[in-house]
Design a protein around this ligand. Structure first.
Ligand SMILES: *Cc1c(COP(=O)(O)O)cnc(C)c1O
Length: 231
């Protein structure tokens, strides 16, 4: 079932978005076991995203050969566990976090690729820079030489109001296009979950984060595990 779901989504996004951009599927793997994740990887998933540092760490060795994203709220005291291990952190949502990433990344002589999280009309997540603050925040992130802002991330509100969602997506895409001017390596707009990804892609997202659409209904969090790498 997981493999089928993955193949279906990959086939559907294969043509890219209407802006002529390739779409990256990030499998949102919270509460899923390494076996389930590896089934998705065998079916073509190249990128996985965890939203808790503990799960990121527990499954690290048991899932190989993927680009690892961190997509959830990141506490500053947990940054150290991600250094050198992430392909992309989607949740750069405050300067206090940028300070900590900079400090740790500099020490490790590593550069953290991040997305600036924008809080767009959002009840779902209280975190992120306001739309009006984002341009200035993006500029200020240049003060941190070990952080490279690669684009934007947003979580849309949970609503069936497609007109509202479309308007929010368009606002995000407009901001993304504005910020992209004069910035190198700024090429990702991470927007879209299982319930709204088609709408997001139609309006300019090029990175979608899917959990239930790939793995089935949400599960309650796993108790702490000690997954080990397969020999
Ligand atoms: C869980 C999660 C997703 C995926 O949600 P689904 O509705 O299951 O597709 C996307 N982004 C973040 C940040 C998540 O925590």
């Amino acid at each position: 079932m997981i493999a089928e779901n993955v193949k279906k989504v990959l086939a559907e996004i294969a043509g890219g978005n209407p802006f002529g951009e390739k779409i990256t599927l990030v499998a949102a793997t919270k509460t899923r076991t390494p076996d389930e994740i590896n089934e998705a990887v065998a079916a073509g998933v190249t990128d996985t995203g965890e939203n808790k540092v503990q799960e990121f760490t527990e499954k690290y060795a048991a899932v190989q050969g993927v680009n690892r994203h961190f997509i959830g709220h990141l506490q500053t005291n947990k940054v150290k566990y991600l250094i050198g291990k992430t392909h992309l952190i989607h949740s750069l949502d405050r300067f206090e976090l940028a300070e900590e990433i900079e400090k740790r990344a500099a020490k490790a002589e590593w550069t953290a690729d991040c997305l600036l999280e924008v809080n767009i009309g959002c009840e779902l997540s209280k975190s992120g820079f306001a739309l009006e603050e984002a341009e200035d925040a993006c500029k200020k992130m240049r003060l941190y030489p070990h952080i490279r802002v690669r684009g934007l991330m947003a979580m849309l509100p949970l609503t069936d109001d497609t007109a509202k969602l479309t308007a929010l997506c368009k606002e995000m895409r407009a901001l993304y296009d504005l910020l992209r001017e004069g910035r190198e390596n700024f090429d990702r707009l991470s927007m879209g979950m299982s319930g709204d990804w088609r709408l997001c892609v139609a309006n300019g997202s090029n990175m979608i984060r899917l959990g239930t659409a790939l793995f089935g209904p949400r599960r309650t969090p796993l108790p702490p595990q000690n997954f080990t790498a397969e020999a």
